[in-house]
Design a protein around this ligand. Structure first.
Ligand SMILES: C[S@@+](CC[C@H](N)C(=O)[O-])C[C@H]1O[C@@H](n2cnc3c(N)ncnc32)[C@H](O)[C@@H]1O
Length: 278
């Protein structure tokens, strides 16, 4: 694991309160990578990532799903709509909670979704109450990832599954250049640390979960950052961001850094599916 001291929870909360509108304009309703197999549009690629995780996790009709770090509710609403899942989404951002609630209402799924503004590292949820604990690109922001997996495992019903997509530090040993790239990404995107594939597997196994599958999607997702970099360069997004909040500008300048990290394998993108014993 590579840590980035100095990141504060409040900065993460602030980041999403301030920048969610930017992400929406830049990328669409999902705040996660696209998953490409050909020349799909970014919007289609982002939706494909959600759909692929649904498939890998084996999410079933009517499942009770907890979406940790639900963003604007893109995945929650997809599962509520397509599979009639009963989804609870949690986000640290009050802005996102309101957005997700509205989006669910306009998509006709509000009866099957509940969005909460809370900290996934503190929230109290009933034990053994979810068929699926789902989290796409949120665990990067958590301070005690091992403890989170213990809590997540307790929320799962016996036989339930956890589905995680995460930005990862590359496999050890990483050289100094690689470590610096990861540290720069952590700083730019407000991640207190990035775990490796081995870390994530150990955290899940130590929480009593059995690994079902592990996927390295680095090469299929990295195009995300070429597109974001080019879109930011060709629009006035920098100027608008500067007016709104200078402190949030930093992530707009780190798109090339994350690309370099993926291209050199200093970072990887992983999906993990694990199961609680029935
Ligand atoms: C990169 S976005 C991903 C959003 C969403 N999963 C998606 O795929 O569109 C990260 C999400 O994690 C949430 N988050 C970060 N730290 C959190 C915490 N401690 N508790 C709950 N949510 C958190 C943010 O509010 C944001 O919704």
């Amino acid at each position: 694991m590579i840590s980035c001291p100095g990141i504060e929870k409040n900065t993460i909360r602030n980041h999403y309160n301030v920048t969610t509108l930017f992400y929406r304009l830049l990328w669409g309703r999902h705040i996660h990578h696209g998953l490409w197999s050909g020349s799909e549009s970014p919007r289609v690629a982002a939706q494909q990532l959600t759909e692929r995780v649904v498939k890998e996790a084996g999410v079933k009709q009517g499942d009770r799903v907890l979406d940790v770090g639900c963003g604007m509710g893109g995945s929650s609403i997809h599962m509520a709509s397509l599979l009639k899942c009963d989804v609870t989404g949690v986000t640290i951002s009050s802005f996102q909670r309101r957005w997700a609630t509205m989006a669910s209402w306009t998509s006709g799924t509000s009866g099957r979704t509940t969005f909460l503004c809370d900290d996934a590292e503190k929230i109290e949820l009933p034990v053994e109450s979810f068929d699926v604990v789902w989290s796409i690109e949120c665990t990067e922001h958590l301070f005690d990832k091992a403890a989170f997996f213990q809590r997540a495992a307790s929320w799962l019903k016996p036989g339930g599954r956890i589905a995680i997509c995460a930005w990862l530090a590359g496999d050890e040993p990483l050289n100094e250049t690689g470590r610096q790239l990861v540290a720069d990404v952590c700083e730019g995107f407000f991640c207190p640390s990035l775990g490796t594939t081995a870390d994530y597997k150990a955290w899940m196994q130590n929480a009593g979960l059995s690994m079902v599958s592990t996927h390295d999607w680095t090469d299929q997702v990295s195009r995300t950052w070429e597109i974001c970099r080019d879109r930011v360069r060709s629009t006035s997004m920098h100027k608008v961001a500067r007016i709104i909040d200078r402190g949030q500008l930093i992530f707009l300048d780190r798109f090339q850094t994350i690309l370099d990290a993926y291209n050199t394998r200093a970072m990887q993108y992983g999906c993990f599916i694990a199961e609680k014993k029935a």
